[in-house]
Design a protein around this ligand. Sequence first.
Ligand code: UDX
Length: 438
Amino acid sequence: MKISVIGLGYLGSTHAVAMAQLGHNVIGIDPDDSRVQALAAGTLPFFEPGLEDALRQAISSGNLSFQTDHDDLSAVSDIHFICVGTPQISGQQSADTSYVFAAASQLAAVLRPSSLVVGKSTVPVGTARNLITNMRKATGFTPKLCWNPEFLREGTALADSMSPDRIVIGSDDLEYNQALKSCYQKMIDQGIPVLELDLETTELVKVSANAFLATKISFINAMAEIAEASGADAVRLAEAIGLDNRIGKSFLRTGIGFGGGCLPKDIRGFIARADELGVGESLAFLKEVDQINLRRRQRIVSLATEELGQVSNKKITMLGISFKPDSDDLRDSPALEIALRLQALGGIVTVHDPVSLEALEKKSSGLISESDLLAALKDADLVILGTEWADYKKLDPEAVSSLPRVKTIIDGRNVLSVEAWQKAGWRIIAPGRNIVND
Ligand code: UDX
């Protein structure tokens, strides 16, 4: 099939490659010329394991190309996917849908009545219906529109796109879904379930799934607060409750909390939308989910301050700065916020990260970047593990014990072996646990 993918950020770039891998002829469109040039040359604007190789293969197979303009789209595409971002509006809770409306209006200028428009962006409930109204006004016909949320996670983006747990399609007419189902036929043949719903339910599926995941993480982090106050251990608690099949163990990892470009802004946007709909009280609990999450960052700053006595002029090493491993995304990263707060308290903060230092440099944060792990640990008064990269999980505490000035580590992600680190002479501290160090 001939496909266009509008918006080449995380979602769009991955979707374009995935569709090319399914054998479709794909054109990726983005107004940013340098991004388009880089993608056409096989370079991703972000780090994602395996995706750059897949991008290059797709380009050389002739299935994938990139351009900045929409003019010839109607001639070259049967399905147009809208994959633009919906970031949190600065100073507000709501999601900024202006890029979605702009993409739809540019598309309307060239759209054929037979073509299908598929929204993949995460939008507040009601957006798709407003888009139909706008596009109808611009084109003079009712556009065929489906909503089809994307559930990919950074770090496993391509695999998640090619093998999602489910395909959810929302529309006003089941007939519209046919072309999209044909597009995904190879995935459907693998047995991936397809749910065909109305537009509003489909829009809600994405934001409510993310709200549920955020709630699960904040639940266990609230238990961490109780554990800290009562002498319990939230990691063992999570293990014990997670073995109940009705609860399940995923998304119960306690630590410095969630971040990234999705979960935080999606719960805030969802709260704002519920307020607009006059049912703000239904999502009042999500405000608490957000607050619990943000308190975890301060908890690490407090633990660091307790350890150091005073932070000023102390050398602190932050291991990992991205919001999760296998990503260089610094959006709403808990590790970055903790590092900046410690720096604001006068700490000299050195950051190591396997891939995110380039992204950090662009922020001019004042944090010291060190690409050599051993050099980063040298002379530290305190080490904090902020992102659970594999490199840190396999660190040999014995081998690095001579490097820091003070052998204390705060394991912000609860991934290190307390026994092994203590045996090597380290003090190890972790949120949600009451570890006894000699
Ligand atoms: C999320 C959703 O999982 C995905 O379906 C959606 O499409 C986009 O948002 P992503 O933000 O890439 O994906 O990462 P995810 O793996 O969900 O992690 C989000 C944050 O939660 C990370 O900061 C992670 O470290 C944190 N997390 C996750 C925890 O703190 N504890 C956990 O148990 C799981």
